[in-house]
Design a protein. Structure first.
Length: 189
């Protein structure tokens, strides 16, 4: 029963405080996990980001996993992270009108960009149009058509992408409260 519980915990992404065991004592469990992965390549996989280099190294983002993206000011960190969040949310569903496959609920905290700018960046990326054209209401006819389709997609898509615009200096306690508030409405992945 203990091994079944441990396999379930792996599938659900649950983690314990610590693990301590010998190599010898782990062999049987290792064989079991290896065979589960052999029979189901999805076993033990985290949430894929859509970036093959990151997904290859991490096997997808897992529960309680911290990934740090660093770089100099204006090097594109926010743009990159926003795109990862969008791809996690969408998975392979962009353009579908029904029969959506797996996607994920995203709770996106923005520390430096106001909500509307963050929405516009995400929406522009989804519609593959210029965020400045959206901001200035200067979409060309073909861009307007694609943007309208993106808005319809957002309204129909069953997974949530919620943006929380919080000021610099916000405490972890306040961020946790925003997370718990969101969790009352949907399950952030």
């Amino acid at each position: 029963r203990r091994q079944i519980d441990e396999v379930e915990n792996i599938k659900l992404g649950k983690r314990r405080d610590f693990v301590q065991k010998s190599l010898k004592s782990y062999v049987k469990e290792f064989k079991q996990n290896y065979n589960l992965k052999l029979n189901n390549p999805e076993f033990g996989r985290g949430i894929m980001t859509g970036y093959s280099c990151i997904d290859y190294i991490t096997n997808g983002l897992g529960m309680a996993q911290l990934v740090v993206i660093g770089g100099e000011s204006s090097s594109g960190k926010s743009f990159f992270l926003n795109n990862i969040a969008k791809q996690i949310w969408l998975q392979k569903n962009w353009g579908k009108k029904e029969n959506f496959g797996i996607g994920y609920n995203v709770l996106y905290f923005s520390l430096e960009m106001p909500f509307e700018d963050c929405f516009r960046r995400t929406f522009a990326s989804l519609a593959d149009v210029s965020s400045r054209s959206i901001r200035d209401a200067k979409l060309k006819k073909n861009e307007f058509t694609v943007a309208n389709s993106a808005l319809e997609f957002i309204e129909q898509y069953p997974y949530e992408f919620e943006i929380i615009d919080i000021p610099k200096g916000t405490s972890i306690k306040t961020m946790e409260a925003r997370y718990l508030d969101a969790r009352d409405r949907f399950e952030p992945h």
